[in-house]
Design a protein around this ligand. Structure first.
Ligand code: PMP
Length: 423
């Protein structure tokens, strides 16, 4: 009976969509931590619009502010006050941020940061890590999916097209290196330091199992980049503002040269930013390196971000998000243990994944993800859906926590998790 409209909509749709869902889910409304589908079924939501709706759905503090902006006109093309206040707010919250530039999506902001690094260093190659995802641009979108990866020696430039139909060779400015492997990193840097403009990483690998950095690994990245004059970019599209007001760089105490933000930044509206050291961002300020876009930091989206960051700047809000997530993580660990199901629950409270590794141990390297039981992950997500809990399942069961989850919803989630493991 669920989503009875789905067949009709999908069979007549002109939308080219590749949604990674066990069956199509058509949501019609959301409020707080809950979303409702077209048949009236309700779910407690831990996908929260791919991690964006960090205050929950339609929070009054956001809808009131946005209604005001819409009714007074969303003029852009001149400077606007919210974007200035937003840039100042980001610089107050984020350790690396001295200058800020805005974009509409994470992919665009990544591209802006890469361009700034290239302009600053005069080099073009970028080093990224296996399984880390940085958006859908042609140069960095080497797939992060295990089955699509080509085997090859670490550090060899890959010519893997990110999608069928894209000619091979378009990504050969990118060097790929294993994560959490200082020796492999040093080997690649020794061979290519003179070519590299930037090293980019997800400090917590949100797009592959929320793999955590080994103790000291981010420090190693920082030291090696500093020693060789390479720009270190943290892609904080997932970790930004959610893992604490200063993002992953504050959480781990390692400050990159540039950082990229989106998702939680806009509270559900499309806005992104890249920010960092004045010396590097100055290439943009002087116009030597270009970055633009019609809708960048429109007053509507800049206001959404300002309101969201005002909330996330309150330590009580971030602590609440973390506490909710940690309780669900604990419930998952206990249920897995009780049922004898190997499962590693990894990440941080605000953002974690339930990863069905063969032995239940945490993942450290990308190649271990090839052994994750994806069938079980999908089954788990399906059992959760049947119990009114909505988490992402692609490629691992992925949880983003909003501040809107009530105590009752938290208790219902923990119960659903226990029952889903049993099922
Ligand atoms: N970087 C990371 C770490 C991401 O998770 C994403 C989106 N999932 C992006 C970049 C790209 O952002 P967008 O989809 O807004 O272009």
């Amino acid at each position: 009976a669920r989503n009875s409209l789905a067949g009709g909509i999908s069979s007549s749709s002109r939308l080219t969509s590749t949604g990674p869902h066990p069956y199509p889910l058509y949501m019609s409304s959301g409020s707080g931590a809950r979303i409702r589908d077209v048949d009236g079924n309700e779910y407690i939501d831990y996908l929260i619009s791919y991690g964006s709706a960090v205050l929950g759905h339609a929070p009054p503090v956001l809808t009131d502010a946005l209604t005001r902006v819409l009714s007074t006109g969303t003029m852009f093309g001149t400077c606007n006050v919210p974007e200035v206040e937003l840039a100042e707010t980001i610089c107050r919250m984020v350790p690396c941020a001295e200058l800020v530039r805005f974009a509409n999506s994470g992919s665009e902001a990544v591209q802006g940061a890469v361009r700034a690094a290239r302009g600053h260093t005069g080099r073009s190659r970028i080093l990224k890590f296996e399984g880390h995802y940085h958006g859908w641009s042609d140069t960095l979108a080497i797939s992060n999916r295990p089955t699509e990866y080509e085997a090859g020696p670490p550090g060899a430039p890959r010519s893997v097209p990110h999608s069928p139909g894209i000619p091979a060779g378009v990504v050969d400015d990118v060097v790929v290196c294993p994560w959490n492997d200082p020796a492999a990193l040093r080997a690649v840097l020794d061979a290519r330091a003179g070519e590299l403009a930037a090293v980019i990483c997800e400090p917590i690998v949100a797009n592959n199992a929320c793999t955590m950095p080994d103790a000291g690994y981010l420090e190693t990245l920082r030291e090696e980049c500093t020693a060789r004059g390479i720009v270190l970019i943290f892609d904080e599209v997932c970790t930004g503002f959610r893992t604490g007001p200063g993002g992953a760089q504050a959480l781990f105490g390692v400050v990159p040269d540039l950082a990229v933000f989106s998702k939680a930044l806009g509270g559900g509206l499309p806005i992104a930013a890249f920010a960092g050291r004045r010396e590097i961002m100055d290439a943009l300020a002087s116009g030597r390196v270009k970055h633009g876009g019609t809708y960048n930091a429109s007053p509507l989206c800049a206001t959404a971000a300002l309101v969201t960051l005002r909330e996330l700047g309150d330590p009580a809000v971030v602590q609440r998000i973390d506490a909710i997530g940690r309780q669900v993580m604990e419930a998952a660990r206990k249920a897995a243990h009780d049922q004898g199901i190997p499962c590693s629950v990894q990440g941080v409270g605000a953002m974690f994944q339930t990863v069905f590794t063969p032995d239940g141990r945490p993942t450290r390297h990308y190649r271990e993800l090839l052994d994750v039981d994806q069938g079980r992950s999908h089954a788990f997500r399906h059992e959760l859906l049947k119990r009114g809990v909505h988490a992402n399942a692609f490629p691992m069961a992925c949880w983003f926590v909003s501040a809107a989850v009530t105590d009752d919803e938290l208790a219902a989630t923990c119960e659903a998790v226990a029952e889903a493991f049993k099922a």
